[in-house]
Design a protein around this ligand. Sequence first.
Ligand code: SAH
Ligand code: SF4
Length: 395
Amino acid sequence: MSEQAVPAVGAGDPARAVEHGARVDLLGFDAEQLGALCAGWGERPFRARQLMRWLHQRGVADPAAMTDLARVFRERLATSATVDPMRVVAEHRSDDGTRKWMFDVGAGEAVETVFIPEAQRGTLCISTQAGCAVGCEFCATGHQGFSRNLTTAQIVGQVWQANHALGAYEAGAISDGPRPISNVVFMGMGEPLQNYAATLSALRVLLDDNAYGLSRRRVTVSTSGVVPMIDRLAADCPVALAVSLHAPDDALRDRLVPLNRKYPLAELMAACRRYLAHAPRDFITFEYVMLDGINDSDAHARALLARVRDVPCKFNLIPFNGFPGSGLRRSPGERVRAFAARLAEANIVVTTRKTRGDDIAAACGQLAGEVQDRTRLAERRRGPQPRVIAVEEIR
Ligand code: SAH
Ligand code: SF4
């Protein structure tokens, strides 16, 4: 957009942002917020819908190119608003087609976004925070501690920039060609329900017919179990919910997922049942990282079955992605298969996550260990390194 170096801000209080002379980042607004912003400029509601389509369906950032908007409106956009893509710090491509981008989110922090192509769908795994305060024992992001919340513009920006990089806008509007991104999962860095406001606006943009138009079943929020916010999400935007379980009993889960001390399993299961009351034909996906000798015995599987008895669910078993200093090991393949069999015997659908993008360390839950955790950088450098195929800027 314009060359003027005025800081962009995300949504929040658009009126205040304008008042302070900062230009607002248009990617940070859901339909209602964009409507309010445009109304403040004296524009009618359908103008906000047109703008939404230019931004998200056509990937256009420059108001001068938004040909069906009135000249006065375009001028207003050029002076008061911006689209401010994040700098791409690095991009990796895996032999299996998986792609990973590392985005600069300010203050020296970076987050990662992963695209996983499959025969029937393309899944984008996005981040909501730099670092994470939950501090799960098996998670590289958790080991870094919390750094900062992403803005809505930065969460939506991952989808916008990935669509650009994947050529989704080349046919014109994303709806005109085959869509590379058919599903979005909030399984990158951070705990989405501890950055709720920004996550909610981003979800609304993903579902909006004038933006990405994804059905709510194709958008999955993954949480370590922030019980009150599970209820808020049920009321505000009941997309598909994945819950990171990892243990059948409180003693073990207190250790692996420290948030369990605040919201123990009985409360978490009750929240899952309430969530499904808002989305009756749905199910919860329970994620379960398989840790050798820690949570992977047949006894654990039996206890798990008792624990989830009242919750319509599927299980996703995740082979642990090791990182230096974790002190944990991945369960052997035969143990994972036996564990899956115990669950399947009780008629529960079980999938075991493929370790996609292994050569670029792109698996969900393993994100952004490399640049972020500077204390461990030297240690990592001694280990096997992700292969960097290309580093490019898409600004
Ligand atoms: N904070 C949210 C979403 C991000 S983590 C959550 O915890 O659900 C996304 C998934 O990756 C979670 O299921 C998490 O448990 C898993 N994960 C984290 N670290 C991992 C690792 N080292 N190996 C495999 N999966 C991991
Ligand atoms: Fe945070 Fe999720 Fe990692 Fe736990 S697994 S530390 S909640 S990102």
